[in-house]
Design a binder for this molecule. Structure first.
Ligand code: ATP
Ligand code: MG
Length: 308
């Protein structure tokens, strides 16, 4: 049994009695079985940034954003991110399964039992387990849905890698908004060349960066995200849960969490400790990352619901 299977088994045991659990467990077992056939390719490490797309101002835009950035989709495809072209790629199929569950939780019958079900925190126990890679792929995959829009927020203010990975830059981001009332949402909200994808970068480094994530202004911003556009999913690339107290505070503002688990590296005790920091009532999924093709394993995804 893999670490994640043990963790999920234990979590499911802990939450026995919860009405949703039975259905979730069956889901998980099916996922684990099919997960053996889905495989993941570990792409090369990020190259040094060769070119940066600067945000350009479009003051007339009606959709709440004043700036637009161009994502280099060919570069992302080459690095094995979810592709927006017509190609049928394995990674697209894997993320399609994962996003379907998140969208169902956000807008389906279960959404009524969650607060802010359209807000999804992507975190992990420790740094470097694939949060940014997973958050970007989820955002790209959801942007492929015809009737949904997605906002990707780089909330990992200490290791702000969304803009680095996407090769974009903009002078104002989340921390700038959080520390100054003169910065507005349109100042930080970036449209992209992907029609249904918007991005907020992390912003300037600040000595109280993580504290800002737990601030009242953050809570108000998150509330606005949750309610303003009913078809929108918001994905937060968050700091790790262990060692950054504010991540748990942010989690409490979201209805769902995706915990990225690095296969063969994340320890069971760390997963348990991380999950114990999450609010009991949120929907939590695990995404197993960096499985190796030659071991015949792949992304696996399982849910448990509120380990009370
Ligand atoms: N499944 C994967 N396939 C290919 N490359 C991956 C995969 N997962 C992660 N990577 C690469 O591994 C490196 C670390 O991943 P990533 O930056 O997503 O981790 P992180 O958890 O966000 O790290 P940090 O805590 O530093 O923010 C990156 O270079 C990323 O592109
Ligand atoms: Mg990251």
């Amino acid at each position: 049994m893999s670490t994640i299977e043990k963790a999920v088994t234990k979590l499911n045991r802990d939450s026995a009695g919860h009405a949703e659990n039975h259905a979730k467990n069956s889901d998980l077992q099916t996922e684990q079985q099919t997960g053996q056939q889905t495989i993941v390719q570990r792409a090369a490490e990020q190259d040094v940034i060769s070119a940066q797309a600067e945000a350009l101002q479009h003051p007339d835009k009606q959709d709440g954003s004043a700036y637009t950035v161009q994502l280099d989709l060919a570069m992302l495809e080459k690095k094995n991110f979810v592709s927006l072209s017509k190609d049928r790629r394995l990674i697209n199929e894997e993320y399609r399964v994962i996003k379907r569950k998140l969208i169902n939780n956000a807008f389906g019958a279960l959404s009524k039992t969650l607060e802010h079900p359209n807000l999804i925190l992507v975190s992990s126990s420790r740094p470097g387990e694939g949060k940014t890679f997973s958050a970007i792929n989820l955002a790209l995959s959801i942007a492929l849905e015809q009737d949904k829009t997605v906002l990707l927020v780089d909330a990992d203010v200490l290791r702000p890698n969304v803009s680095k990975t996407l090769h974009i830059s903009h002078h104002l981001g989340l921390t700038d908004y959080l520390q100054s009332t003169s910065v507005t949402v349109p100042d930080i909200l970036l449209s992209t060349n992907v029609e249904r994808l918007k991005i907020i970068t992390a912003g300037s480094p600040h000595h109280l960066s993580t504290e800002l994530l737990a601030s009242e202004r953050m809570s108000q911003l998150v509330d606005e995200f949750a309610t303003r556009y009913p078809d929108r999913i918001v994905i937060f690339d968050a700091p790790p849960l262990l060692g950054v107290n504010e991540t748990a505070v942010m989690a409490a503002m979201c209805g769902q969490a995706v915990i990225v688990v690095e296969e063969n590296r994340t320890r069971l005790a760390e997963i348990e400790q991380s999950v114990s920091l999450l609010p009991k009532e949120m929907a939590v999924g695990f995404l197993i990352n960096k499985a190796h093709r030659n071991q015949g394993k792949g992304y696996g995804y399982g849910y448990y619901y509120g380990a009370s």
